[in-house]
Design a protein around this ligand. Structure first.
Ligand SMILES: [Zn+2]
Length: 137
């Protein structure tokens, strides 16, 4: 592939990825204005951060790419689509991180005082306390 061919390929793939992202965005939001609605809902259910949920979905696509490397094929979906999905999850995770307060923010559990840099809704330590920004840091 010449540099010109690669450039053409890259632009075509990025257009396709954006198209997939737009179409799947409707699935992620389930009609809500919150781009991360389904990730946030699942995060709450599983007591994980939304970022961790997105990473799990991302990892699924990496596993497919790994299968392709090992066996030269994947069963359920075209490998190029898997790569596009993986790249879109990276984009979503990057956007999610960019919307969060700086990493210097510390969240603390109102109940057990567990603290973390991750923005959990419910405390991952005691599983009942609400996490709030620790104003004393
Ligand atoms: Zn707690």
């Amino acid at each position: 592939m010449t540099p010109e061919e690669f450039s053409k390929y890259a632009h075509a793939r990025m257009a396709k990825e954006l198209d997939i992202l737009t179409k799947k965005g409707h699935d992620y939001t389930q009609g809500s204005k919150d781009r991360y609605k389904n990730f946030n809902d699942l995060a709450k259910e599983l007591e994980l951060s939304s970022l961790a949920v997105m990473f799990i979905f991302f990892k699924k696509h990496l596993d497919s790419i790994k299968t392709f490397i090992k066996h030269g094929a994947v069963e359920s979906e075209d490998i190029q689509d898997r790569i596009a999905d993986a790249r879109n999850y990276l984009l979503l995770m990057g956007a999610w991180i960019s919307e969060r307060p700086s990493k210097d923010v510390v969240y603390i559990c109102k109940s057990c005082k567990y603290s973390t840099h991750v923005d959990y809704e419910t405390c991952p330590a005691c599983r009942q306390g609400t996490m709030v920004v620790n104003e004393s840091t």
